[in-house]
Design a protein around this ligand. Structure first.
Ligand SMILES: NC(=O)c1ccc[n+]([C@@H]2O[C@H](COP(=O)([O-])OP(=O)(O)OC[C@H]3O[C@@H](n4cnc5c(N)ncnc54)[C@H](OP(=O)(O)O)[C@@H]3O)[C@@H](O)[C@H]2O)c1
Length: 251
């Protein structure tokens, strides 16, 4: 790791920590001496296993359960972190769900379900963490977008549109938070062989032929960019969306 990627003792809220990417990010943070505060929604078993893995790395932390669609649950989570640690230095706004299907076949209810989590839920986390960081006059935020939100993926209209909106939020929030010494960036991974793409469909597999690097990415290849954006190594960057896709979008 680059020497100026100094995250020791930083309090980092990672939402969706029980997912494939979230877990990898938490372990990478702990390996750097940061304290990942692990948010999850339903997977109690994975959360307690992750807490143990983090403890095995010598980091004492906590897991917090919340449905990010419910504002009071998001507020309680942030209150608990403030009570235990006094601050949130960094946020990895990572929780999200994938949805497949052609737009013409989508139900309005199905569309709203995804927007509720990927957009409204992510908005609620951003809103309440931003309020805390405004008070602190410091912080760094990384939103978990997707290459689908940049180029748009056929058969993923709902998902792509929520991630496109998250990119816009990243830029606007970066402008609004700059006065408070808070940087806001996003990463946009392509096909990563983890979490929601742990079991890729035949359609997903076909993308390997067009990805210039001819493979799916590893979770660690996303974590390393997230840690870079959280750290002082990216101190002059804000409002950026960094694509991590093996060249998919330039193919
Ligand atoms: N894997 C990829 O190839 C890829 C590519 C581009 C972008 N991404 C993005 O990366 C992020 C993580 O993806 P992943 O692959 O790690 O997915 P994942 O393994 O399916 O994990 C999703 C996470 O979101 C949480 N979650 C789901 N619904 C929630 C809700 N209502 N409230 C709070 N949390 C909720 C889940 O919690 P529980 O498990 O505890 O229920 C889980 O921790 C997502 O935003 C995704 O869009 C992934």
């Amino acid at each position: 790791m680059h020497p100026i990627i100094e995250l020791k003792n930083k309090i980092v809220l990672v939402t969706g920590a029980t997912g494939g990417l979230g877990e990898n990010i938490c372990l990478a943070l702990a390996a750097q001496g940061a304290i990942p505060v692990m948010h999850y929604h339903s997977n109690d078993q994975k959360a307690s296993e992750l807490l143990k893995k983090i403890a095995d790395l010598g980091i004492e932390s906590i897991c917090l359960k919340a449905d990010i669609r419910v504002e009071s649950e998001v507020q309680n989570m942030i209150k608990e972190i403030k009570a235990k640690f006094g601050r949130i230095d960094c946020l990895v706004n990572n929780a999200g769900v994938l949805s497949r299907g052609f737009l013409a076949m989508q139900s309005l209810e199905g569309y709203k379900d995804v927007v509720d989590i990927n957009l409204f839920g992510n908005f609620l986390v951003l809103k309440h963490v931003s309020q805390l960081m405004i008070g602190q006059k410091s912080g760094t935020i990384v939103n978990m977008s997707s290459a689908a939100g940049m180029g748009g993926l056929k058969g993923q209209s709902v998902y792509s549109s929520t991630k496109g909106a998250l990119n816009s939020l990243t830029i606007v929030l970066a402008k609004e938070m700059a006065d408070f010494n808070v940087r806001v960036n996003a990463v946009a991974p392509g096909f990563i062989a983890s979490g929601m793409l742990e079991k890729p469909t035949r359609q997903d597999e076909k993308h390997k032929e067009v990805i210039p690097l001819k493979r799916f990415g590893e979770a660690s290849e996303v974590s390393s960019v997230v840690l870079f954006l959280l750290s002082g190594a990216s101190s002059y960057m804000t409002g950026q969306v960094l694509v991590i896709d093996g060249g998919l979008l330039i193919a």
